[in-house]
Each structure stands twice: as structure tokens, then as C-alpha cells.
Design a protein around this ligand. Structure first.
Ligand code: FES
Length: 223
């Protein structure tokens, strides 16, 4: 029996695996593991070879990378492109997972915390999974005065969700938002990029129908 197989047997879980793998690479990984007991490292440049296997699966896609690179000339420094990068990746993946955050950080050559500080500040960036369509209901003062409560109640009842929740069919996420800038046409809401103004509860069903009739979105890449 070769020396390589003997090393693998000592490490149990790779037995039977060794014959089809690059033996030197695998021994390097086992060596590394014997010296590092923690697997919680979140740094992409971490030399942990087993983590690097997982990380390879969450790299930016070609489409994401192309879009990001096309934006870079607009910014004097890569760090200035954080919002655009978050928007691009969110458009592809639906939300910004920890892995997505790391991918962006790697691309911009900054730390994940520097990306997260922007991601958590902007309410148009989602750090949790959301539905196919985002309903943002203005909850600022003019809309309150003009009947927001009835609009919110109608939406909650029709979709069977509260603010901050996503419908069971994953079609809508209902969120409050501060003034949409159209106070003279309050109450107002947005669905994705579409603005709806001068609302009455009776209009809600008609507003939702086109979205309800769309087929559910295909599972986004990267999720
Ligand atoms: S307060 Fe609702 S749009 Fe301004």
C-alpha cells in the first residue's frame, strides 16, 4: 500500500476518495487541517483549502462580473462602487446573502464589513430573501393623514401578510418605506419600480392583479 493511502487511512473520512484525487493537493489540505482546528474563518483569502472549495461555488457569475466591470470606470476607487455592485448582484440573486457580500468584497478588494455597512444602510438592498415583487408602502405623515391605514389593512388582508413578511407563494414582500416624494398624491405605494398614487382601498385588487397573473419568477441564479 502506498504512503498516500496510509495517510488517508489515518484521516479516515477520505478513504476511498484518494484514488481519484490529486494526492498531493489532498495531503496539503489534511496537513492544513491538522494545524487549524477552526473552520469558521470568513475571509476569502484564508488559506483553508476546504473553505476554498465551498467559496468557489459562490463566486460572481460571468454576467455579474461583466456588469460590474462595465461600471468600474465610473468610480475613482473601487470602494465607491459598493452600492452599484450590491444592486447588480441583487438583481441577479434576488437578495444579498453573506456569500454574495463576500463575492462583492472580493471583487472590490475591500472587506465584507465595508460592503455590509452600505448594504444594511440602504433599504433597497435586501439582506434576507424576498418575494418576486416588493411592495413598498409609504408610511410617512401625509400618507397616514390621507388614509394609509386602510390601504395597509387591505394589502395585509388580501396577501395574508404583515409588514416585513413575504407571501406564502413567495410572490410579494410587503415593506414600509419613508416618504416616496409624492405627498401631493398621497397615499402612495410602489411595486418594484412602479409608483401608484392617490390610492383607495378599492384600487388595491386591480393594482395587484397584473402581478398575480404573471408566472412565478424562475429561481434566481446564485440562490
Ligand atoms: S408622505 Fe407618503 S409620499 Fe410623502
Amino acid at each position: 500500500m502506498s504512503k498516500t493511502t496510509t495517510d488517508s487511512d489515518r484521516n479516515g473520512f477520505v478513504t476511498g476518495y484518494i484514488e481519484n484525487r490529486d494526492k498531493i493537493e489532498l495531503l496539503e489540505k489534511l496537513n492544513w487541517l491538522s494545524q487549524h482546528s477552526s473552520t469558521s474563518c470568513q475571509i476569502r483569502s484564508c488559506p483553508n483549502p476546504l473553505l476554498s472549495l465551498k467559496q468557489d461555488q459562490t463566486m460572481l457569475t460571468d454576467a455579474e462580473r461583466q456588469e460590474l466591470e462595465a461600471e468600474m470606470h465610473l468610480f475613482p476607487h473601487k470602494i465607491n462602487a459598493r452600492i452599484d455592485a450590491l444592486q447588480i448582484v441583487q438583481r441577479h440573486r434576488g437578495w444579498i446573502s453573506d456569500e454574495a457580500l463576500q463575492d462583492i468584497a472580493d471583487f472590490l478588494e475591500i472587506s465584507p464589513d465595508e460592503v455590509d455597512s452600505v448594504a444594511t444602510f440602504y433599504n433597497l438592498i435586501f439582506r434576507r430573501p424576498v418575494g418576486d415583487h416588493i411592495i413598498r408602502v409609504c408610511d410617512s405623515v401625509t400618507c397616514w393623514i390621507m388614509g394609509l391605514e386602510q390601504i395597509s389593512a387591505k394589502l395585509s388582508e388580501r396577501l395574508d401578510v404583515k409588514f416585513g413578511q413575504t407571501t406564502a407563494d413567495n410572490r410579494f414582500t410587503l415593506l414600509p418605506i419613508q416618504c416616496l416624494g409624492t405627498c401631493d398624491h398621497a397615499p402612495a405605494l410602489m411595486i418594484d419600480e412602479e409608483l401608484y398614487r392617490d390610492l383607495t382601498p378599492e384600487q388595491i385588487e386591480g393594482i395587484l392583479q397584473p402581478y398575480l397573473q404573471q408566472p412565478a419568477m424562475a429561481k434566481r441564479e446564485g440562490l
